[in-house]
Design a protein around this ligand. Structure first.
Ligand SMILES: Nc1nc(=O)c2c([nH]1)NC[C@@H]1CN(c3ccc(C(=O)N[C@@H](CCC(=O)O)C(=O)O)cc3)CN21
Ligand SMILES: CC(C)C(=O)C(=O)O
Ligand SMILES: [Mg+2]
Length: 294
């Protein structure tokens, strides 16, 4: 795969002229992660990480950390906008977040999550919404929730030229229909999870997220699919693992779901910084002479 270069020898799609740390890291063109690379990782048995991102600085850092796929989740509803669930967030609220992530990520494949109500009505509505995320958000792929019943939607978007990531198991947009935040696919329902995953793959999905599914079921699905599975609360045998970044980094202080591992205390760091700033201002310690102009 060869990326097209501009006269400066840069890939215009992946090189940011200013406004991000990309330039500071050198102007070498970077090869964008593509869906076929993820398939190759599966074939080689190499698990890969995915994180959510909703803004420029996190996208830049996670990209630099080598995270190959960034998801602008509809979880921006509760992790950016302060809604209590993901149901209220709209396409118009998500597109600017997607645009900020795609501006900043040089290498990562950026997936835009289609929010509740923006694709369920018909495959036509699904294509129209996917096209908005591609044109206005400059996303590289989209993701939607649902199994077999959404295979026609996945097929229509894929046919339009947009890669689609599926999402089955516990699907937060169906919270009220599923009866709350519960593991899906226990017992006989495990076969439904497998059938849903196969239907999405058949419809053209390039990967399938499995959320809160028994590890044994997720393992079965992972072995049956050619395309990668991405687990969140789906055990260690998925081809990839995803977490919401505020959970992963400890910015969100509420009790985290069981599937979260916290790798930092960003909330503690920020709280400390804000408290010290406040104390410095109140004690006339800030600004010091070196922060003033004369
Ligand atoms: N910050 C954040 N993290 C997420 O993982 C996340 C979001 N937001 N927003 C959208 C959805 C909602 N998700 C969630 C949220 C909560 C639970 C939860 O409370 N799980 C409990 C109960 C599970 C059970 O009853 O079996 C747990 O302990 O895992 C699970 C998934 C996953 N997504
Ligand atoms: C948790 C991931 C898979 C998601 O759908 C989101 O963040 O919206
Ligand atoms: Mg989501």
């Amino acid at each position: 795969m060869s990326a097209e270069l501009n006269s400066a020898g840069q890939n215009p799609e992946t090189t940011a002229p200013y406004g991000t740390g990309a330039a500071a890291q050198g102007d070498k063109p970077v090869q964008r992660v593509r869906v076929h690379h993820l398939r190759e990782l599966k074939e080689r048995g190499e698990p890969w990480p995915m994180l959510t991102a909703y803004d420029m600085y996190t996208a830049e850092l996670f990209d630099e950390a080598g995270i190959p796929v960034l998801l602008v989740g509809d979880s921006a509803a509760n992790n950016v906008y302060g809604y209590d669930t993901s149901l209220p967030v709209t396409v118009d609220e998500l597109i600017p977040l997607v645009r900020s992530v795609t501006r900043a990520a040089r290498r990562a494949l950026v997936v835009a999550d289609l929010p509740f109500g923006s694709y369920q009505l018909s495959p036509e509505q699904a294509v129209a919404t996917a096209v908005r995320f591609m044109k206005e958000g400059r996303a590289h792929a989209v993701k939607l929730e649902g199994g077999k019943a959404f295979a026609p939607h996945v097929q229509a978007i894929t046919t339009a030229g947009v890669p689609v990531m599926g999402h089955i198991g516990f699907t937060p947009q169906s919270e009220h229909n599923l009866g709350g935040y519960r593991v899906q696919g226990r017992g006989d329902a495990g076969d439904t999870v497998v059938a849903d995953a196969l239907a999405l793959q058949e419809a053209g999905a390039f990967a399938v997220v499995m959320e809160m599914v028994p590890a044994e079921v997720a393992k079965r699905v992972t072995h049956e699919l050619r395309v990668p599975t991405v687990g969140i609360g789906a055990g260690p045998d998925c081809d990839a693992q995803v977490l919401v970044w505020q959970d992963m980094a400890g910015l969100r202080r509420a009790k985290a779901p069981r599937f979260v591992k916290r790798y930092a205390d960003v909330a503690g760091v920020l709280l400390n910084a804000a408290e010290q700033f406040a104390a410095d201002v109140r004690g006339r310690e800030f600004p010091a002479p070196e922060h003033a102009f004369h």
